[in-house]
Design a protein around this ligand. Sequence first.
Ligand SMILES: Nc1ncnc2c1ncn2[C@@H]1O[C@@H]2COP(=O)(O)O[C@H]2[C@H]1O
Length: 169
Amino acid sequence: MPEVPAHTVERTLVLLKPDALARGLAGRIVTRFEDAALKIVGTKMKWMDEEFTRRHYSDLEERLGPEVYNVTSTFMQQGPVIALVLEGFDAIATVRKIVGSTYPNQAPAGTVRGDLSHYSAAASVASGKAVANLVHASGNAEEAKQEVELWFDKDELQDYRTLAEIYTY
Ligand SMILES: Nc1ncnc2c1ncn2[C@@H]1O[C@@H]2COP(=O)(O)O[C@H]2[C@H]1O
């Protein structure tokens, strides 16, 4: 029998950004994660301030420069966000796959950004605004660990079983 790669149960952080809430898309986006058997183990709503935004996007300025950092920071403080910790097999990569690429015009149809957001890097540069891409999702295991710890205390994360865990796996 061929060797089957091990699946790892992971936790990852997702933010539904101010544009997702302003457009009334929160439920539809969360449904996509639930449909993929990702389990919500933590959730909260928060209006990010300057300091918290800096902590969340701690490497963004270094990575993409002060201009992108500044427009993103302004955008993230325009309204509240919903933070979710999602748990499941290969949750970090699975969530990124469901969300699609950073720039909505490059995100494939069928992804959250490809279907529901309509913005390019060029449009962002032209308008001086952040890429309004509805969702943030941790990029890798190290980022997921840092971000989950930044947003949630241990006792805010819940341990329970879903029907998928009981009947499907
Ligand atoms: N070229 C860009 N211009 C404006 N905003 C950007 C650009 N690149 C990335 N961003 C924003 O910076 C964010 C960093 O990670 P996110 O996945 O949360 O989504 C990204 C976008 O909202």
